[in-house]
Design a protein around this ligand. Structure first.
Ligand SMILES: Nc1ncnc2c1ncn2[C@@H]1O[C@H](COP(=O)(O)OP(=O)(O)OP(=O)(O)O)[C@@H](O)[C@H]1O
Ligand SMILES: [Mg+2]
Length: 340
């Protein structure tokens, strides 16, 4: 498989009043052409900051301090702001959770969509409009001509998200980064939006980096999964393997004790006792040790690297391979499934 995006050992920091904080630490992954990789993890684990690092949208107080990000061999961290704007307009598109923040309330859908297309394709107004209407139909908007005249506030959440997807596809990007694209929508609409994304992925051969809290969405959409915890990747595997045999205690906790591929869309990650450590007070050793039912002395003292845990599978846990066997449903002793 050909690699589209290569993220290598990035470290992303923000300047804050409390000093410099590290939000993303030693994150590495490859994204192949046509592949969908999901980033999952609790709130604050660094999913969005990973995406913003790739997009060059960290804002004034943030920067990628170490590591490299390359898109088909192009070093994104060395690109100028203008070059990054070009890349965001042509090669990478973004879909956010709340389309109202990306849609301009004072312009009609048609003018926003057409404007982007005209700039990108250097087309005249008429041609751009026709293309825009076609895109809206592609994302399942049957009344496309009427919707072109509407303003964002007049549309339902699901409709706005379809428009966002149409905008994201307008430049025929190679990579779409979708940050919680269906989180704000109700369950039936979510399923429709996922289908639109799937169809687009198929038609355009897109690669996708999909950020979500929702394991149902992961099962539905992803080829491969990266589980993040406290700024780091703690487990990486293909989707089938991850659901069938999660090796990191954190992932096991996220999945409940029973791995399932049939979680309905909209089902949230179950709560794990305890809270994510603060960025300014990371624990020594494994960052998960204070919430881990299996933590041993070594876990409190030494931070584990991502260790091989099977074919194309790795986990940041000293005991990943020992726990896997002990953790099958029904054989649990100290796992999260236990009644306390
Ligand atoms: N501009 C910023 N300045 C300072 N800290 C930031 C900034 N943006 C993010 N952070 C911190 O970086 C950490 C990771 O944030 P991030 O937004 O990536 O989390 P997330 O995994 O996307 O969470 P969620 O699921 O809630 O969206 C958090 O602790 C957050 O407070
Ligand atoms: Mg986020």
């Amino acid at each position: 498989m050909e690699t589209l995006l290569q993220v290598d050992q990035i470290l992303t920091v923000f300047r804050t009043e409390a000093g410099e904080v590290t939000s993303v630490d030693q994150v590495s992954f490859d994204l192949y052409k046509g592949e969908t990789v999901a980033l999952v993890g609790e709130s604050g684990s660094g999913k969005s900051v990973t995406a913003l690092s790739i997009l060059g949208l960290l804002g004034k107080n943030g920067r990628v301090k170490q590591g490299t990000i390359s898109l088909e061999g192009r070093q994104l961290l060395e690109a100028t702001p203008e070059e990054m704007r070009q890349i965001r307009g042509n090669e990478i598109s973004i879909i956010f959770q709340e389309p109202m923040t990306s849609l301009n309330p004072v312009f009609s859908i048609g003018s926003q969509l057409t404007e982007g297309i005209r700039i990108h394709k250097k087309w005249g107004k008429k041609q751009a409009r026709e293309y825009a209407v076609g895109l809206l139909k592609k994302v399942g908007i049957s009344r496309a001509e009427a919707i072109m005249k509407e303003y964002p506030h007049a549309l339902s959440g699901g409709m706005r998200q379809r428009v966002m997807i149409a905008m994201a596809l307008a430049c025929q990007p190679r990579l779409v980064i979708a940050d919680e694209p269906t989180t704000a929508l109700d369950v039936t609409i979510q399923a429709q939006i996922l289908n639109v994304l799937k169809a687009a992925r198929q038609e355009y051969g897109l690669s996708m980096l999909l950020i979500t809290h929702d394991l149902g969405v992961v099962a539905e959409m992803a080829d491969r999964v990266l589980v993040m915890y406290a700024g780091q990747v703690v487990e990486e595997a293909d989707v089938i393997t991850l659901f069938a045999a999660p090796k990191h205690p954190y992932t096991q906790g996220l999945m409940g004790s029973i791995p399932r591929l049939d979680a309905p869309p909209g089902e949230r990650l179950p709560a794990i006792p305890g809270t994510v450590p603060s960025l300014t007070r990371m624990p020594e050793g494994c960052r998960f040790h204070n919430r881990c039912p299996y933590a041993a002395d070594r876990c409190r003292a030494e931070q584990p690297p991502l260790l091989p845990a099977g074919e194309n599978h790795s986990a940041r846990c000293w005991f990943a391979n020992d726990l896997a066997a002990a953790n099958r449903p029904g054989e649990q002793e100290a796992g999260y499934g236990q009644v306390r």
